[in-house]
Design a protein around this ligand. Structure first.
Ligand code: SF4
Ligand code: SF4
Length: 378
């Protein structure tokens, strides 16, 4: 049975997480957007805020509802907590005899409890689990962060103008990957349990079981959020996109999008699944040691395709093509999934408003606009 967590109990949730040793992160308004930062009091949540998102545009505005999660995702997903923008992988030290010792450098910080991850964020995390943990040589830093993360998801009650998770089947309601999932209704949240850790946490708060009317109200909020979406990925983001893309590598649309694209890499930085990175060496001043680090990179940087004396993707057209054909196409060959979870971040945070659903629609010959629901039903 789901539970009901009243607004007045939200601080008890934060206190319980702190007592279990977690550093609690939650959404807050900062610099004109909503980002995750240290959360010590429910007052810090974005009460009464709503976002207006369009291609290349994000604005916060006051909502008529005095709710804490009545907004769609901001620029961050879970990715920066698990696959950090910059992180040490290992270090090497030279002793007095000149022998080298290699040592692992695992992170050292408190476990994190993240409140407010959305269903697309959980889907992005599941994709990154496949890409970074799969196989014999899983990323040990990612694994460490993953094992030290507790996720309290919040189901969306509102979809932003660039959300299309319905067509990618990744939202707006979270179905897995969370410890607890909250749905905001009047005066509080309906809480679903997703793990033993979540069960222990909710038991410690002595919440009442949710009543039938509260459960129905929560279900309706997810339906409302789904019905707000106006955008979709052609072919429902399926494997079919792979062949469409690979059969259209000379399509004139690539050149058209390249004329608009700035090769800035914003889209890859905000994407919850992009994992391109490079590795750098940081020697100590005395020359007796060095730290080997990993830093985010992007298929939009020149250097990322530098191989044996030349830049392989030397034009913006080649870089955009690499991004889209990998994310929506050949990702299926490597990881048996699409690399897109329908969060819409790359559309919102692209400075020139390039929309990958529009680009895909132009190549696939299928619309990226959701058919009006009434029209669909009739
Ligand atoms: S490609 Fe764009 S819409 Fe898809 S998951 Fe990445 S940021 Fe979100
Ligand atoms: S598509 Fe947009 S965000 Fe991505 S590199 Fe081009 S201009 Fe930047």
């Amino acid at each position: 049975m789901p539970y009901f967590l009243a607004y007045e109990q939200f601080n008890d949730l934060i206190s319980a997480l702190n007592a279990l040793g977690y550093r609690c992160l939650g959404p807050q308004v900062q610099d004109g957007t909503i980002v995750f930062d240290d959360l010590t009091d429910a007052k810090q949540l974005p009460w009464g805020m709503r976002d207006a998102q369009k291609p290349g545009q994000y604005r916060l505005q006051k909502s008529e509802l005095n709710e804490s999660f009545a907004w769609a995702n901001g620029p961050q997903a879970i990715k920066p907590l698990l696959f950090k923008p910059k992180e040490s992988l290992w270090r090497v030290e030279r002793d007095e005899e000149g022998a080298f010792t290699f040592k692992e450098t695992l992170p050292e910080h408190k476990p994190i409890a993240l409140i407010g991850a959305r269903s697309c964020d959980l889907a992005g995390m599941a994709v990154q689990d496949k890409t970074l943990l799969k196989g014999q040589y899983g990323d040990q830093q990612y694994r460490w962060h993953r094992e030290h993360l507790l996720v309290i998801a919040v189901n969306c009650s509102y979809s932003g103008g660039n959300c299309f998770c319905v067509s990618t089947k990744t939202g707006p309601k979270a179905t897995s990957g969370y410890d607890l999932a909250l749905t905001e209704i009047q005066n509080g949240f309906v809480v679903e349990v997703g793990s033993d850790k979540g069960r222990d946490l909710i038991d410690s708060l002595h919440c009442n079981e949710a009543e039938a009317a509260e459960i129905a109200a929560a279900a309706q909020r997810s339906i409302d959020a789904a019905n707000m979406q106006t955008k979709r990925m052609p072919k429902d983001n399926s494997r079919a996109l792979r062949d469409i893309l690979m059969n259209n590598l000379d399509h004139p649309r690539w050149q058209e999008v390249a004329e608009r694209c700035l090769s800035c890499g914003n889209c890859t930085a905000v994407c919850p699944t992009c994992f391109c990175h490079h590795q750098t060496e940081h020697p100590t001043v005395d020359g007796n040691g060095s730290v080997h680090a990993r830093e985010w990179d992007s298929c939009f940087t020149q250097g990322h395709s530098y191989i044996h004396g030349q830049v392989v993707r030397d034009t913006t057209e080649k870089r955009y093509k690499q991004w889209l054909t990998h994310k929506l196409g050949t990702w299926w060959d490597q990881f048996d999934t699409s690399g897109c979870v329908g969060c819409g971040r790359c559309v919102t945070w692209c400075p020139v408003g390039i929309d990958l659903t529009e680009e895909m629609a132009a190549i696939a010959g299928e619309s990226n606009v959701v058919v009006d629901k009434k029209e669909k039903d009739s």
